[in-house]
Design a protein around this ligand. Structure first.
Ligand code: GLU
Ligand code: MG
Length: 446
């Protein structure tokens, strides 16, 4: 994390004072996907950055319902420091500022379990190979109680029902420098989606947290609540948290301008090959909560199959080719991600799988041009299409047995992630989906 010099800290403090900021919040996302934070009066912002605020190691094994899944590494003894990255500070208005935080040991060494630190290292490793990544994230959420008499998917009226909320949300996003690209009424009752413009991967993951913070903060003023659960209501539409990735080397894109399918370069094809090969083992990173398998189903546009296809919304990897209709250039969208997961971790593993494919020249399987659940067994085999783990236990077992996961995520994070997700499985795995959806409806809200 870039450490600011004393005079830079003075500049930040002056900026906060000018803006009337009284409180600075610094957040981390835990392995269960919950955003946790500490807050300081604005005059203490320097201490938040340099010494950090204390957090027990057990912050990494807090569960979605506030139980603690202690492990040998993560217990009650010890102290981690949450240090706010002031280079990423945003002003939210009304006296509040926010910055993402990273976890450090007391001696100042980065804590291995810190997922923002992991993403930072992953980006640096890509840079060493001459690669630059850009990531854009989509935010889906359900507003409760829903407004108006009915909700038509993508309906104009549906959005107008919540127009005031949406206008306040857009204003708050502008104020905080969150580059919203578009917003619409999604498929499910009360479901909204907005997408955030592409940027560097660390900022993109920060944007996911900022978006959630803003959406929930504005909601409180409108007496509504916002659910970021993968399954807000049993039988209803799930919330996704899709991410778009583009890669380039020395300014030349990898997913366009080549002579592979739809203009993929050889490296771009290998990156997609790596993604598809690794997804089944890493599903628990992208969709690992007890509610995730209810969303990760065929027919839900959630990418339940490891395969790829141009503009195929049922494939886990959707290729958005470089066309006039796609002004940001070609990207691959990873559709299986949902909002119950840690966005830093998900982005780091998304990049890590692509880089792994690139490094070993992974084979790009043939494209899937239909909904993958309609493939004949022969076509599924020909395109190497497999269903991603369909239940939480299989996803966790696959993760636990994966050397690739260990390499991409590290032992510490893997231990914490498995502990909190196995707790969910043991506690809620046997319950009725409607009951669990209700209990955990706001577990991932800010
Ligand atoms: N709500 C769907 C999901 O759970 C995505 C719909 C869409 O493609 O936007 O991922
Ligand atoms: Mg959507």
């Amino acid at each position: 994390m870039p450490v600011l010099a004393a005079e830079e800290l003075t500049t930040v403090a002056a900026r906060l004072e000018d803006a009337g900021v009284r409180m600075v919040s610094g957040s981390v996302v835990d392995p269960a996907g919950v955003v946790r934070a500490k807050h300081v009066p604005a005059r203490r912002v320097g201490a938040f950055h340099t010494a950090g605020m204390g957090a027990s190691p057990s912050w990494n094994v807090f569960c979605v319902d506030n139980a603690i899944a202690f492990t040998p590494r993560f217990g009650v003894v010890g102290d981690l420091r949450l240090r706010a990255d002031l280079a990423a500070l945003r002003l939210l208005g009304d006296g509040v500022a926010w910055a993402p935080a990273e976890m450090f040991e007391q001696d100042g060494a980065p804590a291995p379990v810190c997922t923002r630190g992991l993403l930072r290292r992953t980006v640096a490793e890509l840079a060493q190979r001459g690669l630059e990544a850009r990531v854009g994230c989509e935010v889906e959420m359900v507003l409760t109680p829903r407004g108006g008499p009915g909700w038509n998917a993508y309906g104009l009226g549906a959005l107008l029902d919540v127009e005031r909320y949406v206008l306040d949300l857009l204003a708050a996003a502008d104020r905080a420098g969150l580059p919203v690209e578009q917003i619409h009424a999604e498929y499910g009752d009360g479901q909204l989606e907005f997408s955030i413009g592409p940027t560097d991967p660390l900022t993109a993951a920060d944007h996911v947290v900022l978006a959630r913070l803003i959406a929930c903060r504005v909601a409180r003023r409108h007496d509504v609540a916002v659910s970021f659960s993968p399954l807000p209501f049993a039988g209803g539409s799930g919330n996704g948290a899709h991410q778009h990735l583009s890669l380039s080397r020395a300014g030349a894109p990898l997913f366009s301008g080549g002579d592979g399918p739809h203009g993929l370069t050889a490296d771009g094809a290998a990156a997609i090959g790596g993604l598809i090969a690794g997804l089944p083992e890493l599903t628990a990173v992208f969709a690992g909560s007890v509610l995730s398998p209810h969303r990760l189903q065929p027919g839900h546009w959630s990418g339940a199959y490891a395969c790829w296809g141009r503009e195929n919304r049922e494939a886990a990897v959707r290729l958005c080719a470089d066309t006039r209709g796609n002004p940001h250039g070609a990207s691959v969208e990873l559709k299986c991600i949902d909002p119950s997961v840690n966005p830093y971790l998900a982005t780091a593993v998304f990049l890590g799988l692509a880089a792994d494919g690139l490094d070993r020249g992974a084979t790009l399987p043939p494209e899937v041009t239909v909904a993958p659940d309609a493939l004949s067994p022969e076509d599924a085999a020909r395109t190497a299409t497999v269903r991603l783990p369909a239940d939480q236990r299989s996803a966790l077992d696959a993760l636990e047995g994966s050397d690739l996961a260990r390499r991409l995520v590290g032992e510490e994070t893997l231990e914490a992630l498995l502990a909190v997700r196995r707790y969910e499985l043991d506690t809620y795995g046997g319950q009725d989906a409607a009951e669990v959806a209700e209990t955990l409806r706001y577990a991932w809200s800010a």
